[in-house]
Design a protein around this ligand. Structure first.
Ligand SMILES: Cc1cc2nc3c(=O)[nH]c(=O)nc-3n(C[C@H](O)[C@H](O)[C@H](O)COP(=O)(O)O)c2cc1C
Length: 316
């Protein structure tokens, strides 16, 4: 895709209105919608299907990204105490503000509006980001959620916020345009749960009832078994409990991906890092061509020229 000369959603979000995180695009303003349109059109022109992932980082943020430097919101008022990141970089998370029960409908409505905006921008659907330690997961998991209102405590209560968001979006745009990302078995930003199987199954059953287009859980990173790296394949319970399209991600390659589809473990496999480094990944897989190696040092950086955009295509 060619670089767009527009003021990008990233720039608007970062410098004007970001409530989230550095270098993330937004879709809450009409200007964002307009900025997304040519990007969506470019993807469609190449035959791509484009879902917009909608998220809220909750307390995985910083005061400096909040309006007036205020505390970011969460299900809790306990801060993340991780002191170093994946690369050993020092981290210092803010103390969040626990959302009041009566504020929650406003957040649910924000998600609904973002979904409407995404459809207005031409996206084929939206994916609710209920994974990876961000706001929705801060409600889902009992290692973080310490609430005593109807959004905390039992599994039914902890999943209420997530399911209210998804229901509101379905009412707005229809269930066939809604996918959901979950990571019950990961522990990112200290978002852990004492019974991930129960959480996984409860969410899969609830989402089946809501008839969402797909469920996209993340396989935990590879583990060592008998000295060999293996995927843990922990998503079977969810697969059985969900009656729509099931997509797995996390550590897959061509062989492992083909294998789990052939075995019926999943309907589809999504690729993250390999796709970043191989813009024509399907072609690589089709020809079983060697993959470009991803360069981790360029992940999450805003450089428009180095990193995401400079990996070679096979033809080149
Ligand atoms: C640089 C980078 C950015 C990512 N951003 C997101 C994101 O915005 N939303 C999300 O759900 N996952 C995100 N992920 C996680 C990937 O979607 C995927 O789950 C993860 O990379 C594991 O899959 P893989 O082994 O195929 O890379 C990101 C991963 C990387 C490396």
């Amino acid at each position: 895709m060619e670089a767009q000369p527009l003021l990008t959603p990233y720039q608007m979000g970062r410098f004007q209105l970001s409530h989230r995180y550095p270098r993330t695009p937004g879709i809450w303003l009409k200007e964002h919608v307009e900025a997304w349109k040519p990007i969506v059109d470019a993807v469609h022109a190449k035959g791509g299907i484009f879902f917009c992932q909608i998220w809220h980082s909750g307390h995985a943020s910083d005061y400096s990204y909040q309006p007036n430097g205020q505390a970011p919101i969460s299900s809790t008022d306990k801060r993340i105490t991780l002191e170093v990141g994946e690369e050993g970089e020092p981290l210092n998370y803010p103390t969040p503000r626990k959302l009041a029960s009566e504020e929650i409908p406003q957040i649910v409505n924000d998600f609904r509006l973002a979904a409407r905006n995404a459809i207005d921008a031409g996206f084929d659907g939206i994916e609710v980001h209920a994974a990876n330690g961000y706001l929705i997961e801060q409600f889902l998991k009992d290692g973080v959620n310490d609430r005593t209102d109807i959004y905390g405590g039992s599994l039914k209560n902890r999943t209420r916020f997530c399911l209210e968001i998804i229901q509101a979006i379905i009412d707005e745009i229809g269930s066939d345009q809604v996918g959901v990302r979950l990571s019950p078995y990961l522990d990112i930003y200290q978002c852990s749960d004492s019974n991930p199987d129960a959480l996984a199954v409860h969410m899969a059953e609830s989402l089946s009832k809501l008839n969402v287009a797909y469920l996209h859980p993340i396989e935990p990173r590879m583990v060592h078994v008998d000295g060999k790296l293996k995927l843990p394949h922990m998503l079977l319970l969810m697969r059985k409990a969900f009656n729509g399209t099931f997509i797995v991600a996390g550590g897959y390659d061509r062989e492992e991906g083909n294998k789990v589809i052939a075995e019926g473990y999943t309907d589809l496999v999504a690729f993250g890092r390999h796709f970043m480094a191989n813009p024509d990944l399907p072609k690589h897989f089709e020809l079983n061509a060697p993959l470009n190696k991803y360069d981790r040092s360029t992940f999450y950086l805003p450089d428009p020229v180095v990193g995401y955009t400079d990996y070679p295509f096979l033809d080149a």
